[in-house]
Design a protein around this ligand. Structure first.
Ligand code: AMP
Ligand code: MN
Ligand code: MN
Length: 322
């Protein structure tokens, strides 16, 4: 466990940042930490850097303080990396990491090798937000911090449902509830709510999905031209891969979208047999055993053809073990 009070002794400036394309856990953990430092360490100048924030997180306190550009910032005494499995995933904020006097990393990705000077990496934790709660300490958590942390935990656990959820996660959720947050509203607002358009493209993704490997793998995706046609971007695809994963008989769900010319961002989810993190790491990405991602080159079919042998190999390995 990290003792932030001692790490921040004689420190005047702190930068907080998470991974590119921030998800609920990344936003929740960064804002939870930001609110803690600005509340309990008012003499320290704290800045938080994140990419574009989806509108459903707009209610969280501190969202309007998030800096989206690095320009002219730093060097900082301390840089805190949250929910990022490696330095590259920090994107532009990586520059602030390089120039900081001290670097701290708090994360829960199995693929994280401990890239900072001080590392607190717990692969068994449901989310980075859960670790931020532990670091802050129950007694220091305000209602606003609780909102951010609860949002992050709910996001990475699929509302306390995925196997990363532990009894400790539930206990923390209970403590956060007791801080007076509107937990059912938060879950509706940040997890379940979809715009009409988002529901339409979810429908299209399900309709166009293909079953491979004897129905054990389901794949769907969007090419650039489809994204342009519907006027949708990466933030609108949240949740699609989880819906695909629910398909009966499926072990692995893959969702991909064209993130550049002949380049696809791949999201993978598994139920109980396949370690998708292993596959994502092989292709230069990372993540968790049951949820991982990477970026791959080629056409949509090149990408699918390159991925499926890895999934098949693991499914076969599992059968042999049984
Ligand atoms: P996603 O499929 O993008 O929702 O990501 C699932 C999990 O894998 C999250 O914990 C991500 O942080 C992680 N992840 C996704 N893409 C990458 C990548 N390119 N490199 C490392 N980790 C990733
Ligand atoms: Mn994340
Ligand atoms: Mn996370």
């Amino acid at each position: 466990m990290i003792n932030l009070t001692s790490e921040l002794e004689n420190v005047r400036t702190v930068a907080i940042a998470g991974h590119v394309k921030p998800d609920g856990d990344c936003i929740g953990s960064c804002l939870g930490m930001y609110l803690y430092l600005t509340t309990c360490f008012p003499d320290v100048q704290t800045d938080v850097f994140l990419g574009k924030i989806a509108p459903e997180y707009g209610f969280l306190k501190g969202v309007d303080q998030i800096r989206h550009e690095i320009d002219g910032a730093g060097p900082y005494d301390v840089f805190i990396s949250l929910d990022s499995s490696d330095k590259e995933r920090l994107g532009a904020a990586g520059e602030l990491f390089d120039t900081a006097k001290k670097t701290i990393c708090i994360d829960h990705h199995v693929s994280n090798q401990g890239f900072a000077q001080v590392n607190y990496i717990v692969p068994d934790a449901s989310s980075t937000s859960e670790l931020v709660f532990e670091v802050i300490g129950e007694e220091n958590v305000t209602r606003e911090m609780a909102e951010a942390i609860y949002t992050g935990i709910a996001s990475d656990t699929g509302v306390f449902q995925y196997s990363c959820t532990s009894s400790r996660t539930m206990k923390i959720a209970g403590i956060l509830m007791d801080k007076g947050i509107d937990f059912s509203w938060i879950v509706d607002e940040t997890f379940y709510k979809k715009t009409y358009l988002q529901n339409q493209i979810l429908g299209r993704a399900l309709m166009e999905s293909m079953l491979l490997l004897d129905g054990k793998c389901i794949v769907s995706g969007f090419r650039k031209k489809d994204m342009d046609f519907y006027h949708v971007g990466p933030l609108d695809f949240e949740g699609i891969v989880n819906q695909l994963r629910l398909t009966e008989g499926v072990e692995v769900a893959v969702f991909l979208y064209e993130s550049g010319n002949q380049e696809f961002k791949v999201s993978m989810r598994s139920k109980s047999q396949v370690d998708v993190s292993e596959i994502a790491v092989y292709f230069g990405g990372g993540g968790h055993v049951r949820a991982a991602g990477c970026t791959m080159q080629g056409t949509m079919f090149d990408v699918i053809n390159n991925l499926t042998p890895h999934i098949e190999k693991q499914l076969k390995r599992k059968v042999e073990q049984e």
